[in-house]
Structures are given as structure tokens and as C-alpha cells.
Design a protein around this ligand. Structure first.
Ligand SMILES: *Cc1c(COP(=O)(O)O)cnc(C)c1O
Length: 377
């Protein structure tokens, strides 16, 4: 039996939407993108969405549109994909890493408050594995110190915690439609915000700071465009956007299916003392299923699963332990991040998607048990 780490749920309905675009004359950012932005905004219940080429681009543009750049500090977590911090660096700002809560892996609001300086301009939490960071506490800190709040919701379109959904307490929220995310078109992303001026600035920055997009130039008689800002090439095209439209309608039913998969895993791992599951809050988006195992057994377990044709991954080793960041943070004196290092050394991600079958789940759990039993301390 071979069990893939991830299987997307793109179906014939989605492919039909893309065929329509491919058979039309207009391929880049146009009506289909706008349609996607509207449908996505109504799903997330946030006023404005700007479709982008990635979540990395969304984070960078959120910061740039809010004038957070040179000499500005942005407080974030090391327990995330590198893009959270590389986007801060691409905006010209300085990522300041603070430690996590050891049980959930989420950014610790107490550590955030301790890290605020006169240069701090924003807090950038990550909703790890689909479980939301404590947005109510983070919002209080942001208000007290007059900071922006920007969310990395690459794992969390569907989640909710304490009655709060992504984007509802923050200035902007950044989403990813990368190949393994809950909503995917291979590569893509979006920024959503209730701030109209911010949305318009990001809309301009995503396409070279031009005041007209291809769709405006395509319709009607030719109009001169102007360049008002120094922007980037981060727009999403209609081909990619078309794949997302029908998938949005299935987000909730896929979430329910992943919740059942999660519960099956949790039950089967219940009697295994060497396996711990990260604590989850309220209504997570159930994006990744991860377990925590003893440090000495983590890499042998990854190897064992690989040899048994079970896809697995590590989300994540704390980013400041990676070579480039080690050099970068040496200069700027990294905060103590022991819990993140520990969490990242114990974590393993197992296959997790809506159509993962019960027999596959029990085979995976049995294989994990066999592996842990066969590895001496
Ligand atoms: C996938 C991911 C990103 C980057 O998303 P892209 O769309 O690939 O740029 C950022 N943050 C987290 C937590 C992610 O998982």
C-alpha cells in the first residue's frame, strides 16, 4: 500500500471552469479573477480581496502598502514556513522572532508583548496547522502599542476561535493557494482586508504600480495608463483563478471530512504514550495532522515511514535553525526560542486530506507504532 502525503480535491467541475478560460481569448487578470475575489470575500466575510500569485507576495505587499519597511520591526514566530519571515525581509523590514506556546505551537502573546520596541510596527501571527493564534490577546497588544496586525492564514481559511475568524480583528490577512493547501490552484494567494485604501494600494502594487490593469486596457478604446507607484509582478491570472471558484463551495464539506479524519487519528493514537498531538482550539481549519514524538526518534520515524511508502513531512524545523537565518540572526541577537526548537525537533506531519480512508489511517498509525517500538532510545 502506498499512501501519498497529500491528494488535492480538484474535480471535473473545477476543470470545466478552467477549460472555459482556456477557450476564451483573455487569459490573465480579468473577470474570472474579480469573480473569484468576490466569492472568496463572501466566504471569509471580509470586504475586499486582492488575488495574488502567492501568500509570500500577500505578506510582502501588506507590509509595503502599510509603509512598514526600513528600520521597522515585525514580531512573528519561528514555528512556520520560511516565507513568513522572508516576506518581511523582502519588504525591507526586520523579523523579530518570539517563542511559542509549547503545547499548541502557536505564538505566545506574552512573549510578543515583551518584544515590543520603539521600532515595532506590526505583529504577524501564523495560524499553525489551521489552529488560530489567540487573536483577542494579540489585538489588545496591537491596540495598546499602536501596531498593525497582519495574519498569515496560509493554513486557515475556514477556522474560528473565540468567535473570531481570520481577518476579522486584523488589518490584513494573507492566504495561500499553493499545491498542498486546503484551497489550491497549484500556485496562488490572496490578501483580504476591510480597509478599502489598503486593498487599492495592494491592487496597484501587484501590477507594477500601474493605474490600469490588462482588463481595463482590453475593454473599450485604448486609454493611456500611468505608473503611480514602484510595484511588483504579483497578480494572479484568470487560468489559476478559475480553478478556485467551484472549490470554495466545497470548503466546508471538505473541512468536515478532515475533521473526521483527525478524530480517527486522534482515537487511534490515544493509547500511545510516546505520541502527543498539538493542542487545538475551538474550530480549527484542520489543515495539517502532526504528531510530536521523542526527539531521538523523529528522524528514524521519517525514514521508516518513507521506506513503508507513507508520505510524511516536517512542518516545521524552527526557521532560525536553518543556515541562512542562523547567519542573519547572529548579527541581530535572536531572542530565546527554546520551545520552538524543541517543538520543531519533535514534529512529524502525516498524510491528511478529505478522502483519506479509514483503512489507510489505521495502516499509518500501525506503521508509526511499529517504528517507535523498533527504535531504541
Ligand atoms: C505555504 C505557506 C506560506 C507561503 O505560501 P505561498 O503561497 O507558497 O507563498 C506562508 N506561510 C505558511 C505558514 C505556509 O504554510
Amino acid at each position: 500500500m502506498r499512501i501519498e502525503f497529500y491528494r488535492h480535491s480538484i474535480n471535473e467541475d473545477d476543470i470545466r471552469e478552467t477549460k472555459k478560460v482556456l477557450r476564451s481569448i483573455f487569459l490573465t487578470t480579468g473577470k474570472v479573477c474579480t469573480n473569484f475575489e468576490d466569492i472568496f470575500s463572501s466566504y471569509t466575510n471580509i470586504n475586499h480581496t486582492v488575488a495574488l500569485s502567492s501568500c509570500t507576495a500577500a505578506i510582502q505587499l501588506a507590509l509595503q502598502a502599510l509603509e512598514i519597511g526600513k528600520d521597522c520591526e515585525v514580531i512573528t514566530t519561528p514555528m512556520t514556513f520560511i516565507a513568513t519571515s522572508t516576506a518581511i525581509l523582502h519588504a525591507g523590514a526586520v523579523p523579530v522572532l518570539v517563542d511559542i506556546d509549547k503545547d499548541s505551537g502557536l505564538i505566545d502573546p506574552n512573549k510578543v508583548e515583551e518584544a515590543v520596541t520603539s521600532r515595532t510596527k506590526a505583529i504577524l501571527p501564523v495560524h499553525l496547522y489551521g489552529s488560530m493564534a489567540d487573536m483577542i490577546s494579540l489585538k489588545k497588544i496591537a491596540d495598546k502599542h499602536n501596531l498593525y496586525l497582519i495574519e498569515d492564514a496560509a493554513h486557515c481559511i475556514e477556522g474560528e476561535r473565540d468567535g473570531v475568524r481570520p481577518g476579522h480583528l486584523s488589518d490584513a490577512v494573507c492566504y495561500s493557494f499553493y499545491a498542498t493547501k486546503n484551497l489550491t490552484c497549484g500556485e496562488g494567494g490572496a490578501l483580504s482586508t476591510n480597509n478599502k485604501a489598503l486593498a487599492e494600494r495592494v491592487r496597484s502594487l501587484r501590477l507594477h504600480g500601474m493605474n490600469k490593469e490588462a482588463a481595463d486596457r482590453y475593454t473599450g478604446t485604448y486609454q493611456h495608463w500611468d505608473m503611480l507607484d514602484l510595484g511588483w509582478k504579483y497578480n494572479l491570472d484568470d487560468i489559476h483563478a478559475s480553478l478556485l471558484i467551484k472549490q470554495i463551495e466545497r470548503l466546508d464539506e471538505n473541512l468536515e471530512k478532515r475533521k473526521i479524519v483527525y478524530q480517527q487519528y486522534a482515537e487511534l493514537f490515544n493509547d500511545l504514550s510516546e505520541v502527543r498531538l498539538p493542542v487545538i482550539y475551538d474550530k480549527p481549519a484542520y489543515h495539517l495532522f502532526t504528531i510530536q514524538v521523542p526527539k531521538s526518534k523523529r528522524d528514524p520515524l521519517l525514514n521508516f515511514l518513507g521506506h513503508n511508502n507513507i508520505g510524511c513531512a516536517v512542518n516545521y524545523r524552527a526557521i532560525h535553525t536553518l543556515t541562512w537565518f542562523q547567519k542573519y540572526f547572529k548579527k541581530s541577537n535572536c531572542n530565546e526560542l527554546r520551545k520552538s526548537e524543541d517543538f520543531g525537533a519533535k514534529t512529524v506531519s502525516l498524510p491528511f486530506y478529505p478522502d483519506l480512508k479509514p483503512v489507510e489511517i489505521s495502516h499509518i498509525v500501525t506503521t508509526v507504532k511499529n517504528s517507535l517500538n523498533s527504535i531504541p532510545f
